[in-house]
Design a protein around this ligand. Structure first.
Ligand code: FAD
Ligand code: ZN
Length: 474
């Protein structure tokens, strides 16, 4: 069963009967933003963009698509970085946008839980938690646009994984529309529930291939009342590793983020992002950004100041600055969060989102750099990322003045070099962005074949007609 193009008008009218005429978008200009993605690597076509308003409507849409064999591409904020939310060029699929499922259903500070719909943006979810004097810790540079459904479907990570884990650790339950049109409700604030398979987490990281998430119950945490953000100049990644272990020992669970970047990355930010400046007097080859959060007034600032002083004395950093205001803290974070955008403006960039055991990060960065320099002497590695989680965005910018397309044509060769080092260190080729279309073939080459078989068995049990995001992940 595959949707026949001549059946399209009938299909669209059946869908319109569920979601309403205005929620079926077929106008080319209105559809255009849904057909591309942030990195301009993928561009597709679709029959329409559907914008249902309720979980029930999502389920009914899936029932029709299942019956007619119509591929469905779930889409949240369209900030995904692996092409998982982009339709293929055939024009036979429908994009199912969750943007109108945007209700905060409940925030319960006493249960430390909130239930929100899939299209609520991450920033709105954070706000809802704060309004109940609670904290939702997931934090990504795309938080103003990405959605809770997308965060769950990609098991998003971000800068606070070190202290709170990734989205997988932050969810208590989900509501999911299944391919056959039934609604699975596993919402609820239970902290303990040993009644069989963990269906909630099955959908986390499933990238829209097992069901469409329509709502989720998320964990809330006490709201930190003091924050400290420091920016340190370092010699090399080995010093960063010593510093990380030292700060963990001094600050314990107050350590909220430990990010690193090289001088090359900082220079790109200073060149391309307006309003940024080098916070340290001298240039350093490497940098760390550290955030501490405390619960007593002034606690984070006090511990951070003491920790920095001892670290500098002990030669664990070359220089350091501690933000004295919220503005200064935001300016330091902006340096880190603008890394991707600055690289984009610099030209072509070949990406890697890899994880290795934290203690192997210095070796990984050195070895990947050495092998790349041998093969592509003019290319510029710009490694940065979540050192505290062993997750580095090992991006490689094009040689100065080179042709962008010519450089990007080497994507697979550069990947092979970097991922070769990752494999030798028992690392992961996708630490937080997922597989999507971009890394599907790579997954096949690197994942345990038995694990892949188990994943395919789950997929065919939940989506026997293969309508949910075909071509993504598996
Ligand atoms: P989309 O891009 O719309 O979709 C992503 C995937 O999820 C697709 O496969 C889609 O089909 C599926 N999907 C979306 N909604 C649903 C749903 N309701 N049900 C089922 N499947 C669904 N990611 C990180 O992990 N850490 C970072 O630090 C980080 N930083 C980023 C910074 C920038 C500037 C940008 C542009 C992206 C960044 N990302 C990061 C990637 C991205 O923001 C996350 O993957 C985010 O979780 C995607 O959410 P979204 O709503 O935009 O999903
Ligand atoms: Zn990241």
């Amino acid at each position: 069963m595959t949707a026949n193009r001549s059946d399209a008008p009938l299909l669209l009218s059946r869908l319109a009967a569920i979601v309403g005429e205005t929620a079926v978008v077929t106008d080319a200009t209105a559809m255009s933003p849904y057909l591309g993605e942030p990195r301009d690597l993928y561009h597709g076509r679709a029959l329409c963009v559907l914008k249902p308003r309720s979980a029930r409507d999502v389920a009914e849409v899936l029932a029709i698509c299942n019956e007619t064999g119509t591929p469905v591409i779930p889409q949240g904020g369209n900030t995904g970085l692996v092409g998982g939310q982009t339709p293929d060029p055939s024009g036979s699929s429908i994009i199912l946008s969750l943007e109108r499922l945007n209700q905060i259903r409940a925030v319960d500070a006493t249960a430390d839980a909130m239930t929100v719909e899939a299209g609520v943006t991450l920033a709105q979810a954070q706000e809802a938690a704060l309004s109940a004097d609670r904290y939702f810790p997931l934090s990504l540079a795309s938080e103003g646009t990405c959605t809770i459904g997308g965060n769950l479907a990609t098991n998003a990570g971000g800068v606070h994984v070190l202290a709170y884990g990734s989205m997988r650790d932050l969810v208590l339950g989900v509501e999911v529309a299944l391919a056959d049109g039934r609604l699975l409700s596993a919402l609820g604030a239970l902290r303990k529930d040993n009644t069989g398979y963990d269906l909630t987490r099955l959908f986390v990281g499933s990238e829209g291939t097992l069901g469409v998430i329509t709502a989720a119950t998320l964990k809330l945490f006490p709201r930190p009342r003091s924050h400290a953000v420091a920016f340190l100049g370092l010699r090399d990644p080995a010093q960063a590793l010593r510093l990380l272990n030292f700060v963990k020992g001094r600050a314990g669970p107050m350590l909220n983020a430990f990010e690193v970047a090289s001088r090359v990355g900082l220079e790109l930010v200073l060149r391309h992002i307006s309003g940024t400046r080098d916070p340290l007097a001298q240039p350093h080859d490497w940098y760390a950004l550290i955030e501490l959060a405390g619960f007593a007034d002034g606690e984070a600032e006090r511990v951070a100041a003491e920790t920095l002083a001892v670290a500098l004395d002990a030669g664990l950093a070359q220089d350091a600055t501690l933000a004295q205001s919220l503005d200064q803290a935001q300016a330091l974070w902006k340096l880190r969060e603008s890394m991707s955008e600055a690289q984009k403006r610099e030209g072509g960039s070949i990406k890697h989102d890899v994880a290795v055991p934290v203690n192997e990060i210095p070796h990984f960065i050195e070895e990947a750099g050495r092998r790349l320099a041998a093969a592509f002497p003019q290319a510029r590695p710009v490694p940065f990322g979540h050192m505290g989680d062993g997750n580095i965005h090992y991006n490689v910018s094009q040689p100065i003045g080179a042709d962008k397309a010519e450089f990007l044509a080497h994507w697979a060769e550069v990947n092979a070099i970097v991922h070769g080092v990752v494999r030798e260190l028992d690392g992961s080729i996708s630490a937080e962005h997922g597989i999507g279309r971009l890394k599907r073939d790579l997954l096949r080459q690197t994942k345990d074949p038995v694990a892949l078989d188990a994943m395919r068995a789950i997929k065919s049990a939940l989506d026997p007609n293969g309508i949910l995001n075909p071509g993504v992940l598996l």
